[in-house]
Design a protein around this ligand. Structure first.
Ligand code: GAL
Length: 699
């Protein structure tokens, strides 16, 4: 894996993140030079100003503005309770800065509080400052509010290896959304902050303590030699419209696939691809068989044919955005389709090849959308190519006159665009919000939030093609409460801001997901954003690989528990062994694809270093077992304990019990762990463990 880099400003992306009013990524440090940064103190220590360190490493979850050196996050002088400071770190809650001290520090001092920037805001949340070293809280302020005078913090750091400086929202205990700027975050500063080190020693901000940063989690590789069938157990379609499904099968040698009980209108070809169109609405149970000289596997596949029945299990695929961004072209997309098959990911259930923003050219003289001819020679040709491999083709647009990246949007041309996409052979639409803000105005009503998505729904209904409908408006107006229903009938919706490769934003998403589990069900999913795994091609244009391997494992584990659509956005031709093992463990993918469609709940939350950072997530599965995630969001290892399985019973339906001893399997390691009546494990920093608990009742 590549070394973790300090975050760099990325002008294009930042520009439209700002335009959307979404959280600006941490990563830009304002310079204001000319000040003394280090000096010797009376006891022989070396005093180092916090502001002289690489404060770009500050992970700030939410809100406008960025962590700033010697200024508040909006670039104004630091001011706490009416007192101005020329030195310090300006940030916003929730934020944390981790500093490697190598056991060579002596003392930390600072004057802290809510920045007067907050005075322009009606609503805000009070904050607390917490200083933690090696899992122990060394200092903590009371709840600090607007106008509270600077509060003096003194912490004895002798012997400490890792320092964590945290600013936490004190009330309420939920993480607010980034598009609620007045509530999103509270500006708060570490003024006159100084670390005293032993002479000659240095303090270094990091995203993780250096001991954990590059550790690669131990996970199992690949599937066995025997034939096995993977992917969705339930698949939706509209009668009379084209159907396409490549049966995902692994195993060695020639594998012969058969399908018994296909509904009238569908047939299976020799490559294991089912096509046609279902004649009559209904639910059909198909028996799939995969046979090789090594053995036989069977699996039931439910075909659900009806109106608005698509995406019975969360979509799995690839999206061009993080890897190719503005430069996406036909060759990139075609290659992604090739690699999907060649790497074996298609055989595990990944099915969509989606182009994100930056494909569109101008409209022609009749107002029809065209693809940028410098990048794409033929969209229809591309779709045919993708379909020939049994994969599906997705596209992106925005309801405004332009897309987020400034390309042609669908405003006023929705019906024409839907018709063009259907003609090309589009199977999936990611529909953003950008530039619609100019039409809806600054404080849209609920009706205005719904309108552009209802307009596109009507357009999609009029074309004779199944197009999975994904909203990408970052969760505004509690999108999960209305997107699945009339008049929008969306299949999935993004719940939060762009993640780029920010661990802080991953944490923010997980916070949002905690309360929205009731809205997930077959056909309707909370999309937690793309997976931040793998490599980007140039190493600097996009940010696919800024999470540590353990952080990537945590994201993948949670996304499967959350029943989120799974979209890779890395270069599929450059996946190292860890990345490939991570994204292709079919036992883990099976959790995401579970046909019951119940999103995991965060059933236990304990505090290690950060508030609520030791978490247990659980979801019931269709076969009567339970998937359980032990998640450590803390920057140091933690032991996470489940006393008894019954403590998780809130996630179970009435007919399932988990009392007493149950069999436990570690899905990442693909290893049975025996019978247990509870469970406890030490989980590395920012890492997770995924268990399957109980005996399957159905097959
Ligand atoms: C953003 C969206 C990203 C990406 C980008 C393209 O609004 O959240 O996922 O699609 O637009 O410009």
């Amino acid at each position: 894996m590549k070394n973790i880099k300090p975050r760099k400003p990325i002008s294009g992306r930042r520009a439209f993140l700002k335009f959307m009013g979404a959280a600006a990524a941490a990563g830009y440090v304002a310079e204001s030079g000319g000040r003394r940064t280090a000096w010797a103190d009376a006891e022989g220590g070396k005093q180092i100003r916090l502001s002289s360190l690489d404060i770009a490493m500050t992970m700030q979850e939410l809100g406008e503005g960025r962590p700033m050196r010697n200024l508040s996050t909006k670039g104004r002088p630091i001011s706490i309770g009416g007192v101005r400071f020329s030195n310090g770190l300006g940030t916003r809650a929730n934020s944390q800065l981790i500093i490697d001290l190598h056991g060579q520090a002596m003392k930390f001092t600072a004057l802290v509080g809510v920045d007067s920037l907050v005075e322009n805001k009606g609503n805000y949340f009070p904050v607390m400052f917490v200083v933690v070293a090696d899992q122990k809280v060394l200092a903590k302020t009371p709840v600090l509010r607007k106008g509270s005078p600077p509060y003096k913090i003194v912490a004895d750091l002798r012997g400490a290896k890792t320092l964590v400086l945290m600013v936490l929202l004190a009330e309420p205990k939920i993480i607010p959304m980034p598009w609620q700027p007045s509530e999103a975050s509270t500006p708060a500063d570490w003024a006159d902050a100084v670390i005293t080190m032993v002479p000659g020693a240095t303090a270094k901000p990091v995203t993780m303590p250096s001991t954990y940063q590059q550790e690669i989690p131990e996970i199992a590789s690949g599937d066995g030699k025997d034939p096995a069938i993977h992917g969705p157990r339930s698949i939706g379609t509209t009668p009379g419209r084209p159907f396409l499904f490549r049966v995902p099968v692994t195993g060695e040698g020639t594998i012969h696939i058969t399908a018994e009980g296909l509904p009238a209108g569908l047939s299976l070809d020799t490559q294991g691809i089912i096509t046609g169109s279902v004649a009559t609405a209904g639910e059909y149970t198909v028996k799939l068989t995969a046979k090789s000289r090594l053995g036989t596997a069977t699996r039931k596949l439910k075909v659900v044919a009806g109106v608005y029945r698509l995406e019975q299990t969360p979509s799995m695929g690839w999206n061009s955005w993080y890897v190719w961004g503005f430069s996406v072209n036909q060759e990139h997309v075609q290659k992604a389709a090739d690699m999907m098959v060649k790497t074996g990911l298609a055989a595990k259930g990944y099915a969509y090849i989606n182009i994100d923003d930056a494909w569109a050219g101008p409209r022609d003289k009749n107002g029809n959308i065209t693809a940028d001819s410098k990048k794409f020679s033929s969209m229809k040709g591309l779709a045919d190519y993708i379909h020939s491999k049994g994969l599906r083709f997705g596209i992106y647009s925005s309801p405004g006159a332009k897309t987020c990246a400034g390309y042609t949007g669908s405003y006023g041309h929705e019906q024409q665009d839907a018709a063009t996409w259907a003609h090309w052979g589009v199977d999936f639409l990611k529909y953003d919000w950008c530039y619609y803000g100019l039409i809806a105005g600054p404080n849209p009503t609920h009706a205005e939030y719904v309108k552009p998505y209802a307009v596109m729904r009507t357009a999609l209904d009029k074309v004779n093609r199944d197009i999975v409908y994904e909203l990408c408006q970052y969760g505004m107006d509690d999108v999960w409460k209305w997107a699945a229903k009339s008049p929008v009938y969306a299949n999935d919706w993004r719940v939060y801001t762009d993640l780029a490769d920010r661990w802080g934003a991953v944490v923010g998403t997980i916070g949002v997901e905690r309360s929205i589990y009731p809205y997930a069900e077959p056909g309707h999913w909370n999309f937690a954003e793309m997976l931040l795994t793998g490599w980007d091609p140039q190493g600097n244009n996009t940010l696919v690989n800024g999470l540590t391997p353990h952080e990537q494992l945590t994201q993948f584990t949670l996304w499967c528990l959350l029943a989120s659509p799974l979209f890779l956005s890395c270069d599929l031709s450059r996946m190292d062994k860890f990345t490939l093992d991570l994204v292709s463990n079919t036992e883990v993918l099976d959790i995401d694809q579970d046909p019951l469609g119940r999103q995991a709940q965060c059933v236990l939350r304990g505090t290690g270093v950060l508030e609520g950072d030791m978490q247990v997530w659980a979801r019931q599965l269709w076969d009567g077992t339970m998937a359980v995630g032990l998640v450590n969001m803390s920057p140091v290892p933690q032991t996470i304990q489940i006393n008894k399985w019954d403590d998780l019973k809130a996630v179970l339906t009435a007919d399932v019990t988990m009392a007493g001893r149950q069999s436990v399997r570690d899905l990442w390691k693909r290893r049975n762990l025996g019978m247990h009546d509870g469970f406890s494990a030490q989980i590395p920093a920012h890492s997770a463990m995924l268990l399957k608990v109980g005996k399957p009742q159905k097959f």
